[in-house]
Design a protein around this ligand. Structure first.
Ligand code: ADP
Ligand code: MG
Length: 335
């Protein structure tokens, strides 16, 4: 799954003068899902908050173990990936559910989101231990593309079956979102109503920060200062996919980890895409899909998708957005 990830989104803790003394941000950071995950609960009850954070981290680690295609842990995704053509594999129920949801997002996104790119992703090598320094050949890309495609897997009574040898699933563009949702579920079970989980810039937030909405800065894909910031509150997720997270330059061209399933190469329409959605699963999957589609095609696809509010930094650095994406520029002071 995900190995290294720069922060696409940073949440801004504004000062909280005026709040009751005993209320505080209980804050912990863990390394999970290949990235730093920050847990923050705004509460009077530090002891219970720390318990909730430990439990959430544990649940998120389980999600990583269930979906990862790296490391030593055994899971049903790896079993499927290693299976031969025609050999049915029973996926863990969470994997089964996420695969069905991924296939449905594949259809809704006109193929831009594709959970069967395992071979291609490994070929490009962005999630491995060592970043490659030059792109694979066209012949290698064509070969990997032939071992992918949602039409080449099917669900049978006995389990999931692949129709082409070598095909591999990869949940790198959606499992982090799912893990964040599971972590937030734990916070809810503990009764917390003001919290945030930030997994390397992918976030879900609960409630407000004190009596203010949470303020989330959006990273500029090419500059060190933020592009702007947004206010989010209640139960919302905000996720950015960017070409600056894992990339290398080769002969003046940028090669990064979000692949266009049509070409088998890094998608070229966007520098970054930020999606605000009700859940982190949706925000994560759609930020990847809409990155691949680019703004022009993406805005058309979004006419049929409710509840997603989106900002693109296009390939030429111009901005596009859905009408409801309210970004404030950094000149609006954060006190
Ligand atoms: P990040 O995990 O860095 O936040 P994304 O959510 O956009 O970024 O996911 C990128 C990861 O998803 C890649 O590393 C790869 O594992 C996988 N992936 C790449 N291209 C696609 C695609 N078109 N559809 C689905 N998954 C993809
Ligand atoms: Mg994603």
């Amino acid at each position: 799954m995900i190995r290294f990830s720069a922060l696409g989104l940073i949440f801004l803790i504004s000062s909280l003068f005026g709040c009751a003394q005993a209320v505080q941000d209980v804050h912990e950071t863990r390394f999970l899902l290949g990235t730093l995950v920050e847990f923050t609960i705004h509460t009077k009850d530090k002891k219970t908050a720390l318990k909730a954070i430990s439990k959430a981290a544990q649940v998120m680690q389980q999600v990583e173990d269930t979906f990862t295609t790296y490391g030593d842990v055994d899971n049903t995704v790896k079993q499927f990936n290693q299976a031969n053509v025609g050999q049915a594999v029973r996926l863990a129920s969470e994997v089964d559910k996420l695969l069905l949801q991924s296939i449905s997002i594949h259809q809704q996104s006109q193929g831009a989101f594709d959970p069967t790119l395992g071979v291609l992703n490994k070929l490009w090598g962005f999630s491995g231990e060592h970043l490659l320094t030059e792109p694979p050949t066209d012949a290698q890309i064509q070969q990997a593309l032939a071992q992918s495609g949602v039409q080449s897997i099917k669900k049978t009574e006995q389990g999931w079956v692949k129709k082409v040898q070598g095909l591999a699933l990869d949940f790198g563009a959606i499992a982090k979102g799912y893990a964040i949702d599971q972590g937030i579920q734990v916070f809810k079970q503990y009764g917390f109503t003001q919290a945030i989980i930030n997994a390397g810039g992918d976030m879900r937030i609960l409630g407000q920060h004190g009596d203010q909405p949470w303020r989330i800065a959006i990273r500029h894909p090419r500059q060190s200062q933020a592009l702007g910031w947004v206010q989010v509150e209640h139960d919302t997720s905000i996720v950015t996919s960017g070409d600056y997270e894992r990339f290398y330059m080769y002969q003046g061209q940028r090669y990064h980890h979000i692949l266009n399933p049509e070409t088998g190469k890094p998608a070229i329409n966007s520098q970054s895409v930020t999606v605000v959605a009700p859940t982190a699963i949706l925000a994560d999957a759609w930020s990847t899909a809409l990155f691949v589609l680019g703004a022009e095609q993406g805005l058309k696809v979004l006419k049929k998708q409710k509840g997603l509010s989106v900002l693109w930094v296009n390939a030429d650095a111009s901005l596009s957005q859905t009408h409801d994406f309210k970004m404030r520029d950094m000149a609006h002071k954060i006190e």
